[in-house]
Ligand binder design. Structure first.
Ligand SMILES: *Cc1c(COP(=O)(O)O)cnc(C)c1O
Length: 382
C-alpha cells in the first residue's frame, strides 16, 4: 500500500516531558538499579499528592499485576465468582483467571459505556442463587470515562461486595470532583506505553487501607518474612516497580496535568468536527458530574450511517493514521465465550459500530489537520 505520509500518526504514543532522564541519571549515580530506591518512594508520594485523598499507593510492574494482587488481598480464591465489565481490555479479566476464580461478565450502559447497574445486580443474584456471592466487582472507567460511581457503589454496599476500580485508563479523571481510583476499596492504574503517562511498563495499586499497601509491597517483593535467612509463610510475586522505571514516572508526573489538558483538547477537536455529522456520536461526558481525561476519544456510528467503521479505518490507514475498533467484549472472546454473561447487546453494539481515534497528547496542529481532512473526505463535508 502507498502511504501518503512518512510520519505515522499513532492512536496514543509515549510523550516524554523532559525531566525523566534526570531522575534516571540519579538512579544510576546512586546505583539504585533495583526494584527499590528513592524514585519508587518519590513516585508513590507524587501519585498520593495528585490523587488528593487519603489514599496510599504501591507502584508495581504493571496494572495487570496490581489487579492480581488486589484480588488476592480481597481473598479471591479458586471457584469464586468475580463480577467484571465485559467491554474492556483483556487485562481486566485475566487476573481473575490467575486466581482460579470465574468471571461473571456484565454488559455496559449506553451513557458511560461502563458497568450496567441492572446487569451487575443480575450477576450478583445469579452468584447468590448458586450459593456463591461474588467476591468483588471490577469497575472499569473506559477510555477515561468514569463509571456510574453512585449506582455501582450503592450495589456494592447493598450486597457488601468490594469494588476494585480498574482505572488503568483514567488517571486524572474525576466524578463529582473526586479522582478516579479513590472510590473503590482498591484501584489499579497502568503506566504502559500507550497510557496517559508511562513508565515504559508499570502500574500501581491504590488503597485507603495502609495495611493493604504494606501487604502489596510484601507480596510483590517475593513475600520474604522478617528473618536473616529466606523465610516464607506466603506465596510471593516479583511485581514491584524498578527504581529506573519509577524515575520515568517521576518525570511524567511533572507533566500529567498538561497531558490531560492536551487529550481533552483533542476530544474538543473531535466534538467540533462531528457536530456537523448527526450520524456520529462521540463518547463524551453525560453531564458535569463527569470529568474524563479523554485518554482515547471514541465514536459510534448510528445505524443509519452511510459509511462503516471499517471504511473510516481504511481511509485513515491510507494516510498512515492509526485508529482502532472499540475493545471486543470479553464475553465474545473465544477464550471466555463459555463463561456466564449478564445483560443485553450494548457492549456488542459499541464494538461493532465504534472506533477509537488518534488521541495522543503529542498530536500536532498538522496532525489534527490531516485527521480532519480524512474525516471530511470520508463524509464528504466541504
Ligand atoms: C492497560 C490496561 C490494563 C493493564 O495494564 P498493564 O499495565 O498494561 O498491565 C488493565 N485494564 C485496562 C482497562 C487497561 O486499559
Amino acid at each position: 500500500m502507498m502511504l501518503k505520509n512518512d510520519k505515522k500518526i499513532w492512536l496514543s504514543s509515549p510523550h516524554m516531558g523532559g525531566s525523566e532522564l534526570k531522575y534516571i541519571q540519579q538512579a544510576f549515580d546512586e546505583n539504585w538499579i533495583a526494584p527499590l530506591g528513592p524514585n519508587v518512594h518519590g513516585f508513590e508520594q507524587d501519585l498520593e499528592d495528585f490523587l488528593q485523598s487519603d489514599s496510599h499507593v504501591a507502584v508495581l510492574s504493571s496494572g495487570t499485576a496490581a489487579l492480581h494482587l488486589a484480588l488476592i488481598m480481597i481473598g479471591v480464591e479458586k471457584g469464586d465468582y468475580v463480577v467484571c465489565q465485559s467491554l474492556t481490555f483483556s487485562a481486566s479479566a485475566n487476573p481473575i483467571i490467575y486466581t482460579g476464580a470465574i468471571p461473571l461478565f456484565v454488559d455496559s450502559e449506553r451513557e458511560t459505556w461502563n458497568l450496567c447497574p441492572d446487569a451487575v445486580e443480575e450477576a450478583i443474584e445469579f452468584g447468590i442463587s448458586k450459593g456463591k456471592k461474588p467476591k468483588a466487582i471490577i469497575a472499569v472507567s473506559l477510555y477515561g470515562m468514569p463509571y456510574k460511581v453512585d449506582e455501582i457503589k450503592a450495589i456494592s454496599i447493598k450486597y457488601d461486595i468490594p469494588i476494585i476500580e480498574d482505572s488503568a485508563e483514567s488517571l486524572g479523571s474525576a466524578y463529582k470532583n473526586q479522582k478516579c481510583g479513590t472510590f473503590g476499596d482498591m484501584a489499579v492504574i497502568s503506566f504502559n506505553g500507550n497510557k496517559i503517562i508511562t513508565t515504559s511498563g508499570g502500574g500501581a495499586l491504590i488503597t485507603k487501607d495502609i495495611a493493604f499497601k504494606k501487604k502489596a509491597v510484601f507480596l510483590s517483593t517475593q513475600a520474604k518474612d522478617d528473618a536473616p535467612h529466606y523465610e516464607h509463610t506466603h506465596i510471593g510475586y516479583n511485581y514491584r516497580m524498578s527504581n529506573v522505571c519509577a524515575g520515568i514516572g517521576r518525570g511524567q508526573m511533572e507533566v500529567l496535568e498538561d497531558r490531560i489538558a492536551k487529550r481533552r483538547a483533542n476530544h474538543q477537536f473531535y466534538l467540533d468536527i462531528f457536530s456537523e455529522l448527526p450520524e456520529i456520536e462521540v463518547h463524551t461526558e453525560p453531564h458535569t458530574d463527569y470529568f474524563s481525561n479523554h485518554w482515547l476519544t471514541a465514536i459510534v456510528l448510528k445505524t443509519d450511517s452511510k459509511v462503516s467503521t471499517e471504511t473510516i479505518r481504511m481511509n485513515f490507514l491510507e494516510q498512515n493514521i492509526e485508529t482502532r475498533p472499540i475493545w471486543k467484549p470479553m464475553h465474545l472472546q473465544p477464550i471466555f465465550r463459555d463463561l456466564p454473561y449478564f445483560g443485553g447487546e450494548v457492549a456488542q453494539e459499541l464494538f461493532e459500530h465504534g472506533l477509537c481515534l488518534p488521541s495522543g497528547s503529542n498530536l500536532t496542529e498538522e496532525d489534527r489537520a490531516e485527521i480532519g481532512k480524512v474525516i471530511r473526505k470520508v463524509f464528504q463535508i466541504i
